[in-house]
Design a protein around this ligand. Structure first.
Ligand SMILES: Nc1ncnc2c1ncn2[C@@H]1O[C@H](COP(=O)(O)OP(=O)(O)OP(=O)(O)O)[C@@H](O)[C@H]1O
Length: 728
């Protein structure tokens, strides 16, 4: 069924459909997951082509074959092939599954094949990767010292460079090198091959060698001053890479590989001891990471656990033994058995939101320490270190008492304040624990820092008023309902972001009957926010991933990290609270290098003071994409005309959103402040359909009253009403 035909049955505007882009993220094909793959000579002197020289079929999705997690890439518009046929269409996967395609690991006797430094430098630059070794001392102090001591600009730059040293580590050119050069577990290499990963994305190119074998990646000279743990030299990493660029895999591969190595060495009797903690800000993101980690560690014996309410974490060795006792006595570890305390959960890798984990480890009589944890991963680190989550994150960080803890921080946006906070926390932890050894911190930046992905199209649309936004959204929903302005169209599935939960709920009710019954009606549109129960949230997520829901209205809860691979577009129904929020929201489309994603942002008169941030980000993204200034949607005159919000305004916006929109719900016709600026910003809680029905009903009542009155008047005029008809 072609949803566009169904959605636009009432209208036939060919012009509008002609403006639709021919490629969509939901079409599922992309030549390469890399965003910056400028033509360059590769290490062996061959030209590297976009797609890595793979055949068209193999290049599908940047991977080869089945991804294993949510089935095939979402294509809502193609007829679904029968299951057996789908299998036969992917012979490559079947083969990969049957045979161990992973090359043998390098033995210590074989020297690794490494690139010359000049070659590394060229490849890193052509992929816009910048790697910096951060100073040993607190970076804030270094910056202050440099600023104070050197007046001369050139010397100032020179001393900054000496402290923040740019380095050129080995890049990862293909996933097969993970085994050949960096000796990762054969099982992990197989799992990667089965999921079809072949060409690493930029963040994987830059971070994997550094995290797997820093000494090899940096070369002996540069690695000389790295501190060494029992596992060899280690580093902490701050990684800033675009949305949808594969950061999850970049932090999971080293974590899973490290846990396997520890199990091999038999650190505990049954091999399970908490080795790594991954923290993510939302439940949805945490459970997505659990899925990815489980796929990667399939068949390795590694236990990946997603934190749940009431779960007790095995921290100390005593906990591990207690857990063994509990399980032995009962013969099983049923946590739901009445009258018994939750058993201590044993895991190699634990994935959690900060609140859940902290409440678990601080609810015991004594705070639990987690001395076995060797790696702490903070995904969406800038949010986790934001005041909202900061105390919880530091609580977990402090509970990881192992001296040789390595920390990796990941996000598409990381301001220098967050970077400084992370670096100074690493430094102060070292001093607090009196550690002599120090793991250096490396910063990896992919592309332009804090910018939106260049492979999507942005539209900043002036809708003047709230009703104007609703009208504009309906225009997107019914793309062929033509307008004289050659309006853009948005093909489902897409996400709609609002500022608050009440507004998301209200917008959902408003649009509930906008999709025709033939196309699935109200079941195609859903709302997801944090006031819903966990099971409702899970169900909406699953139905959206399966393609049953086409339009998902939500709040910023889904703006970070969540990977819906085939999302064609994002609508910012309400202007985002910050530049970072914009980058993350629009990053839900155009994942893994897919072209054709569209991001539409509506703004009203009330938003004008705040849209400059968004406009600047769009301008930078278009510049990165190589759009000539004449074709850019953000023209200079427009950017100049927009007011610059003050620091205080930005702070308030980030905290509370646009003031006038904070309420969110219209209480019908009886709002006290009817006609006020605030009431004009409200969304009705009833659907357009229900309001039309109500309107018709009122009209009918009024009409019938009018007719009755007219008849009475007519009777009165004709003298009919005064005729005496007798006492009976
Ligand atoms: N090397 C690769 N080749 C092809 N696809 C990849 C590769 N690495 C990751 N992907 C896919 O890219 C998508 C996005 O990955 P991921 O969710 O890790 O992005 P991210 O960088 O964490 O994004 P965000 O900043 O939004 O959290 C996923 O569907 C993942 O399977």
């Amino acid at each position: 069924m072609d949803i566009l035909k169904v959605l636009s049955r009432a209208t036939k505007n060919k012009r509008a459909s002609a403006t639709r882009p021919s490629k969509f993220p939901s079409a599922g094909s992309t030549e390469t997951p890399q965003l910056y793959h400028d033509a360059t000579e590769d290490a062996r002197g061959k030209k590297r082509k976009r797609g890595g020289g793979k055949t068209e079929e193999q290049a599908h999705d940047g991977r080869d074959g089945d991804d294993g997690h949510d089935g095939e890439a979402l294509d809502f518009f193609a007829p679904k092939p029968p299951k057996t046929k789908a299998k036969s269409q992917r012979p490559y996967v079947a083969e990969a599954a049957q045979t161990d395609t992973s090359p043998p690991a390098r033995t210590s006797a074989t020297p690794p094949e490494l690139l010359e430094e000049g070659e590394c430098r060229r490849i890193l630059q052509s992929h816009r990767l910048k790697v910096t070794l951060l100073p040993r001392t607190n970076p804030i102090a270094v910056k202050a010292k440099v600023k104070k001591a050197k007046k001369n600009k050139a010397t100032k730059e020179a001393s900054t460079k000496a402290e923040f040293r740019q380095i050129f580590p080995q890049p990862l050119s293909s996933f097969s090198d993970l085994r050949k050069t960096y000796s990762i577990s054969g099982r992990v290499a197989e799992n990667l091959a089965q999921q079809g990963y072949q060409i690493p994305t930029e963040v994987q190119m830059g971070s994997l060698p550094l995290l797997l074998q820093p000494q090899l990646a940096l070369g002996k000279d540069a690695a000389r001053d790295l501190a060494t743990s029992t596992e060899g030299p280690q580093i902490n990493l701050l990684s800033v890479a675009p949305t949808g660029s594969g950061k999850t895999l970049a932090f999971l591969i080293p974590v899973v590989n490290q846990a396997i190595q520890r199990r091999r060495k038999g650190a505990t009797d049954d091999g399970h001891s908490l080795d790594a903690i991954i923290v993510a800000p939302t439940k949805e993101l945490a459970s997505q990471i659990v899925n990815e980690a489980k796929k990667l560690s399939l068949g390795t014996g590694i236990r990946v656990v997603g934190m749940r309410k009431g779960m007790r974490v095995a921290g100390t060795q005593d906990d591990v033994q207690e857990s063994d006792r509990e399980q032995d006595e009962d013969g099983n570890d049923d946590p739901h058995k009445p009258g018994r305390q939750q058993p201590v959960t044993k895991a190699d890798i634990l994935i959690s939101t900060p609140g859940l984990l902290l409440s678990s480890i601080s609810s015991r009589e004594e705070n639990v320490h987690l001395p076995t944890v060797r790696t702490l991963v903070l995904d969406e680190a800038d949010v986790l270190l934001d005041p909202l989550f900061r105390d919880q994150t530091f609580g977990i960080w402090n509970a990881c008492t192992r001296p040789e803890l390595t920390v990796t921080l990941w996000s598409a946006t990381m301001g220098s304040n967050i970077e400084n906070l992370a670096s100074s926390t690493i430094q102060s932890r070292r001093q607090r624990l009196g550690l002599k050894k120090e793991f250096r911190t490396v910063r990896l930046v992919v592309g332009l820092k804090d910018s939106a992905i260049p492979n999507i199209t942005h539209h900043l649309t002036y809708a003047a008023t709230e009703p104007g936004k609703l009208l504009a959204l309906r225009q997107l929903l019914h793309p062929t309902a033509g307008t004289s302005s050659g309006n853009q169209s948005l093909r489902p599935p897409f996400l709609v972001f609002t500022q608050t939960i009440p507004r998301a709920v209200a917008l959902h009710s408003e649009l509930l009957y906008d999709i025709s019954a033939q196309a699935g009606g109200s079941s195609r549109i859903a709302v997801l926010h944090s006031d819903l129960s966990d099971s409702s949230r899970d169900s909406v997520m699953t139905r959206f991933r399966n393609g049953e829901i086409w339009i998902l209205i939500t709040t910023d809860i889904l703006s970070r990290g969540v990977d819906f691979r085939g999302v064609n577009g994002v609508v910012n129904y309400d202007v985002p609270n910050s530049g970072a929020a914009y980058i993350h929201r629009v990053g839900r489309t155009g994942r893994a290098g897919r072209d054709g994603g569209v991001a539409v942002t509506f703004y009203t008169k009330e938003d004008i003071p705040y849209v400059k941030n968004v406009a600047n980000i769009i301008a930078a993204s278009e510049k990165q994409a190589g759009k000539p200034p004449s074709e850019a949607s953000m023209q200079k005159w427009f950017l100049d005309a927009l007011p610059n919000p003050s620091k205080e305004e930005k702070k308030q916006l980030k905290k509370h959103g646009v003031e006038a929109r904070r309420g969110g719900l219209s209480k019908g016709n009886t709002t006290k402040d009817k006609g006020s600026r605030r009431s004009k910003m409200l969304i009705s809680t009833r659907s357009g359909y229900e309001r039309r029905l109500e309107h018709n009903r009122k009209g009918a009542i009024q009409g019938s009253k009018r007719r009755e009155k007219e008849e009475m008047e007519a009777d009165h005029d004709s003298g009919k009403g005064s005729e005496f008809t007798g006492f009976n």
